[in-house]
Design a binder for this molecule. Structure first.
Ligand code: NAP
Length: 371
């Protein structure tokens, strides 16, 4: 860290992680720090380095499965708050909002919609924090954050300094960025800047949304589209409702596989009906098949349970903790579903959440699947 003098970080020990995750599962963090400001991140990293402890950066805990044994290193919980507005030099129609990594994502969307700013309204109801959004280029219902992010301020663990990446430097693609591919674990996201359009029209591209407004006698505004997305997500158990175990999940547990046209044909023959599929941008030979459809076609109905771990009663893609489930219970259910889909269709479903603290990663990752 050179000559920079840092305050000693307020490190706690053996802090339970389960309450900090949406699945409510997992053991404690050996060391834990809540980072309220940028300097706390730098200080915490020095602490971990001195002990050669692994580091995990925690946001909203909405896309992770923590091992029952917990995490043997330092967890840095990003709690930097604050939203500031500045002019965007490209156009007076654009407002640039910069938000601390610890800001709740849906709070930001709600405030943007209230202010009449378009660009993220379809990303309503997504749990987690601002800092998590550039990592996997969060997207839903036809919008993705790559479309509005102008800059991401990060702590670079190699260069040991804070720096800013512009949109191009983030190398966004479908659910991917430099942060979860070529420079995985190198950066800690400190804040994110978004360019939002004053008085812009809401995006109404996806069938679910259009169906919602079918018969509507006027063009829906931003608040109506936000309300529609929240309603659609709630029907699928994808909005966190405190106390509803059907929502105690890590969102979509599997990525939607991308398959060849002939694989899709084979699926149609196996099921005797049409296969729902969607085009993949930049890849005319392959299509995206909803993992939820594959899971149900393989015989796993919504609500299917294996002890305290289950498939949500609202969406086949969400694995839930019905109460008292362990990480091992969820892994066993994940493996059962993967084997069922593989047997029926020859397709490997890859998990979407990050696995934290497992001695052996429970499943291989691949660049071949999306979402
Ligand atoms: P869904 O709406 O049933 O869609 C399932 C899959 O079909 C998604 O991969 C979606 O692509 C694709 N799809 C649907 N309509 C499409 C269209 N008009 N053009 C191209 N592709 C289309 O999915 P869901 O599970 O209920 O999720 C709802 C939305 O939330 C989806 O957009 C999904 O991607 C998103 N989501 C995102 C994340 C994430 O960012 N990590 C996690 C969970 C869900 P797209 O993925 O391109 O939308």
């Amino acid at each position: 860290m050179g000559a920079v003098s840092l305050p000693p970080p307020e490190i706690r020990e053996n802090v339970p992680l389960a309450p900090l995750t949406t699945l409510g599962i997992g053991g404690p963090a050996r060391f834990f720090v809540e980072a309220l400001e940028e300097r706390a991140v730098a200080g915490a990293l020095v602490f971990a380095e001195e002990r050669q402890a692994p580091v995990f950066v925690l946001g909203g805990g909405s896309n992770i499965l923590v091992a029952d044994e917990g995490f043997p290193g330092l967890v840095i919980r990003m709690a930097m708050a604050g939203i500031t507005e500045s002019a965007d030099p490209r156009s007076p129609d654009l407002a640039r909002w910069t938000a601390g990594a610890g800001e709740g994502w849906d709070d930001l969307v709600r405030r943007a919609v209230q202010c009449g700013l378009a660009g993220i309204e379809c990303l309503s109801g997504i749990p987690g924090t601002v800092g998590g959004t550039p990592i996997q280029n969060v997207g839903a219902y036809g919008q993705q954050v790559a479309g509005v992010i102008t800059a991401v301020r990060v702590w670079d663990r190699e260069a040991r300094c804070a720096l800013e990446l512009d949109n191009t430097g983030c190398r966004f693609s479908y659910r991917q960025s430099v942060f979860n591919t070529t420079a995985r674990d190198r950066h800690v996201v400190l804040s994110v800047s978004y360019a939002l359009t004053r008085g812009g029209a809401p995006a109404l591209e996806y069938a679910d949304l259009r169906k919602f407004f079918a018969g509507c006698d006027h063009a829906p505004g931003l608040p109506e589209v936000r309300a529609a997305v929240l309603a659609i997500r709630a029907r699928k158990g994808m909005v966190i409702e405190p106390g509803d175990p059907d929502c105690r999940s890590a969102g979509s547990f599997f990525k939607n596989p991308v398959v060849s046209g002939s694989d899709c044909e084979a699926m149609a023959q196996a099921t005797g009906g049409p296969v729902p599929s969607y085009p993949v941008a930049g890849d005319s030979r392959r299509v995206k098949v909803p993992a939820a459809w594959l899971i149900e076609q393989a015989g796993f109905r919504k609500g299917y349970s294996r002890g305290p771990a289950a498939i949500s009663g609202k969406h086949a893609l969400a694995l839930i903790n019905r109460g008292g489930a362990s990480a091992a219970d969820v892994i066993a259910l994940m493996r059962e579903i993967q084997a069922g889909v593989r047997d029926r269709f020859g397709v490997d479903l890859l998990p979407e959440p990050q696995f934290i603290g497992f001695q052996q990663r429970p499943a291989a990752d691949s660049a071949d699947s999306t979402d």
